[in-house]
Design a protein around this ligand. Structure first.
Ligand code: ADP
Ligand code: MG
Length: 286
């Protein structure tokens, strides 16, 4: 079952002089089992959108259906706790939410809160630490001794420890060094491919969209202006330019060459294939 938004509106501070319409009657369907990128300029409504998925924010109007539950302004979701276990939401800069004395306790916090025994939760913590690429040696250390990227992994391990079916990540790679960002994205691909988790990812990085995502949702000023699969998304970059978002390097190269007289196909997303197509055209003109 896809995740569906039906004419969902979110107005902050509704009914006050500070009312702000952050999402305006959006219709959206998110494919189950895929990695979907949510992109758009700062302030477009991406974080507002994803916070509806585990009912952290409720719609002002319209509805959202996720994992067989429909959430509306008036229908407080039933079994909210269970929903929050099944839909894991990782905020931007989750590292600021670490607070326990040891990393093990921090990761085990969620599972314990959802009813797991201390022993089970600690064993889960150990397992998840490995999943996010940190060694067991870290378990008894303080989360405050870690680097920013390591802290973020611990925060993500805490969400993964609850074994959510849907994983929602708000700019998970922001501010990480390139290798850290790559490791993080590869972790999400693994969780998707091996554990079949549905992943929604807010990102500004078009290289990440190109390399790791299946679908793209474009948010602009509280509206969904486009939803497409990755291949179609990168065929035409006019929307990206309009939104002042830089396309990935390979797509820019394709467009620059085509503007200078090449006739490269617009469905190439791979460097090797593009290099071959360029070589073929050059040869052809010799
Ligand atoms: P994005 O994640 O795309 O940067 P947000 O969803 O955070 O955008 O914000 C969308 C709009 O809603 C912005 O104009 C922002 O200022 C406004 N907004 C976000 N959170 C609040 C809030 N708690 N109260 C009032 N306005 C908010
Ligand atoms: Mg945001």
């Amino acid at each position: 079952m896809p995740i569906t938004f039906k004419e969902l509106t979110h107005e902050y501070n509704a009914g006050t002089p500070f009312a702000y319409l952050a999402l305006d009657a959006i219709d959206l369907s998110i494919t189950e089992g895929a990695i979907t990128a949510i992109i758009g300029e700062t302030g477009s409504g991406k974080s507002t959108l994803v916070q509806h998925l585990n009912a952290l924010l409720l719609p002002t109007e319209g509805s959202l259906t996720v994992l067989d539950r429909t959430i509306t302004a008036t229908e407080k979701p039933k079994q909210l706790k269970e929903l929050r276990k099944r839909v894991g939401l990782v905020f931007q800069f989750p590292e600021y939410q670490l607070f326990e004395e040891t990393i093990a306790q921090d990761i085990a916090f969620g599972p314990k809160n959802f009813g797991m025994s201390e022993e089970e939760a600690l064993s889960k913590a150990k397992e998840m630490l490995q999943v996010v690429g940190l060694s067991e040696d870290y378990l008894e250390r303080s989360p405050f001794e870690l680097s920013g990227g390591q802290k973020r992994r611990v925060a993500i391990a805490g969400i993964l420890a609850m074994d959510p079916e849907v994983l929602v990540l708000d700019e998970p790679a922001a501010g990480l060094d390139p290798q850290g960002a790559k490791d993080m994205m590869e972790l999400f691909v693994r969780l998707n491919k091996e554990l079949h988790k549905t992943i929604l990812l807010v990102t500004h990085d078009m290289e990440h969209v190109l390399n790791y995502c299946d679908h793209v949702v474009v948010v602009d000023n509280g509206h969904i202006v486009q939803t497409s699969d990755k291949l179609h998304f990168f065929q035409d970059t006019s929307l990206l330019h309009k939104l002042r978002i830089n396309p990935p390097a390979i797509i820019r190269l394709r467009d620059e060459l085509n503007q200078r007289g090449f006739d490269l196909p617009c469905d190439i997303l791979d460097t090797e294939v593009l290099a071959k197509a360029i070589a073929d055209e050059v040869k052809h003109h010799e």
